[in-house]
Ligand binder design. Structure first.
Ligand SMILES: [Fe+2]
Length: 220
């Protein structure tokens, strides 16, 4: 069964396995543009990165709700990772001082998608942050603990947050974030984590790093 999780601004996450069977990918491709060239490409051909990006663009054109977009994107990501073996080994060795690395897989002016693989070394963790856009992270190797937070403002501290839940993600699991969803990530165990990360167009005015002690939110 697919293990796709969607994190909301509330800090709660839902399992989207039922909504995103892999078999939906073909239909999402075919009904998205009505093109028989797209249909014919699905068959036994590998699900190449450019096909993934085409399907992705069709979904973004047709679906404006971030939550619904993510539910449609999950099976595409799952299929890409299942059928594109090369992607599994496509990452950059992390800088030992920095503790992480990013390899951009696709970049094009005026098509503001971020497609990358990210590696984190054991013992490292991210700040608490949201992304200011929708995002999908698929675990390829290692395990990471995701902690989910939500905004819990007080008169004195409008950017106060509270921990809501957490989940350890392992290879084969995919997690999606709505733009306001707040999370932090920590590498679990002795193995670096390798993830496939996909993000939409970032609204930098709405992307923050949160400090749970000082209750401050700063641009991220
Ligand atoms: Fe993140």
């Amino acid at each position: 069964m697919s293990k796709d999780f969607l994190v909301m601004a509330s800090g709660k996450y839902i399992n989207c396995a039922v909504d995103s069977p892999v078999t939906n990918v073909s239909s999402s491709s075919s009904d998205s543009n009505g093109s028989n060239s797209s249909n014919s490409s699905v068959g036994k051909q590998p699900y190449r990165l450019y096909r993934f990006l085409t399907d992705l663009e069709n979904i973004l054109d047709q679906v404006k709700s971030d939550e619904l977009r993510l539910k449609r994107i999950f099976p595409l990501v799952r299929r890409l990772l299942t059928e594109s073996d090369w992607l599994q080994g496509e990452f950059r060795e992390p800088d030992p001082d920095l503790g992480w690395s990013v390899l951009t897989l696709y970049e094009e002016p005026d098509f503001p998608l971020t497609v990358q693989t990210v590696v984190w070394l054991p013992g490292r963790h991210s700040p608490i942050h949201n992304h200011g856009t929708w995002g999908v992270v698929a675990v390829i190797n290692g395990a990471e603990r995701n902690r989910f937070w939500h905004r819990s403002p007080e008169p004195k501290h409008p950017d106060r947050i509270e921990l809501v839940d957490e989940r350890v993600l392992v290879p084969g699991e995919i997690i999606g974030f709505t733009p306001e969803a707040i999370h932090s990530v920590e590498v679990i165990g002795e193995t670096p984590t390798v993830t496939f990360n996909l993000y939409g167009e970032t609204d930098f005015q709405q992307r923050f790093e949160f400090d749970p002690v000082t209750h401050q939110a700063t641009g991220f």
